[in-house]
Design a protein around this ligand. Sequence first.
Ligand code: NAD
Length: 448
Amino acid sequence: MSDSYVNLVNSGFTKTLAKRLGLPRPAHLRRHRQGEPLVPGPVLVVSDAASGDAADAVAQRLLDWDLDVRRHADPAERHGAVVVVLTEVSAPADLGAPMLEVGSVLRGLRPGGRVVIVSRAPEDAGSTATAAARQGIDGMMRSLAKELRGGATGNQVVLTGTTAPTAPSALGALRFLLSARSAFVDGQPLRVADGGAEPADWERPLAGQVAVVTGAARGIGAAIARTLARDGATLVVVDVPAAGDALAQVANEVRGSALQLDVTADDAADRLVEHVRSRHGRLDLLVHNAGILRDKLLANMKPATWDPVIAVNVTAPLTITEKVLAAGAFGDAPRVVCLASTSGIAGNRGQTNYGASKAGVIGMVRASAADLAAAGGTINAVAPGFIETDMTSRIPFATREVARRLNSLQQGGRPIDVAEAIAFLASPQAGGVNGQVLRVCGQNLVGA
Ligand code: NAD
């Protein structure tokens, strides 16, 4: 489940050969390691004329994080990140000057660098010209992300309502997108409302939280369990009895408890509630990761390939979330994170069943955001693109190779990349992110 091509084009003779032949040269991505700097060099903060005060306020907060901050572009300098504050733009003509300033330093952006644009939601604009400018930022950001190389990414924090650029939720999203934790998040807008709080310790933002992860015996689920434990959470890991040995290993590793459970069983939610109540009193975070594929063209589809995919991927998360909420088993600020997929957004040949289930998850997240907010919490989805796991290792070689390369980062993501996004959505600083779908797909080039 490793991508040896990435190693080949980054070392020795094969690196030179790939360069000469003009082959795609995906970079090693910058991933989180405790103790490493948040960004790999100075951070340039740019703005349009009207957003200068907001940019100053953001720059001050970056200084508070001990970053080396610049307010004027120097094309000779090699920046680790560029933050573009465009919260007060009022017409499309306002975008040119700041973006050309960004352009002047892009050649010097360091490997694994970041461009993050902070803007406001088009639907909140007071005039048509402002709405056009704000929507323009979306297309501009997605295009810029496709131009970046060397494992650099471009993303956007979209503030909704009157959320200030220095609100804890806005800064939390900005920090995540600047950090190595967002290695495989590229070309994405992340919508943020007021809410959330800065964690006491940025390295252990989930300290004291009780988290349940389904499908945690291997792959993405095991990575989620490890990452949440790293961030301070106490884990309950869930998987089918057939995966019991692997599940016990993960539970031991994260010093959590294992619960052998088929999430589609009628009594799944009751057993889950009983387990967390008896061991921990409550749960704070529920990650619906268990998922299956039964790919077939619709013309060949049978109930045996359709029904289980719907049952595991969407009916189980729906039922369990409803029952856990109704049982009052959540703590004061419940967080629910579901696994969607880019197949549920763009569609994928042979996956009408899977596409229905994963788009269904997105519908569920959007429709239940208000209920979770009323309970003091949030519900979001993460939509992975191509991730290197057992699930994707079974895809035929040629199809797999194409799927891997067809994104802006020209490689598959790793389970840890999905886990980092989930850990962010579970964290106190993401309290203002609700009802959203965050794609972890390296800016998948296929479909929507
Ligand atoms: P995987 O097949 O490696 O692991 C899935 C786990 O879920 C397994 O341990 C399995 O035993 C468990 N599971 C299956 N049915 C279950 C049930 N009824 N009850 C309890 N546990 C059950 O898959 P993965 O690649 O790690 O994917 C994890 C999630 O991410 C899935 O929801 C998948 O749809 C989603 N996803 C994966 C990718 C990818 O590229 N790998 C892309 C998009 C979305």
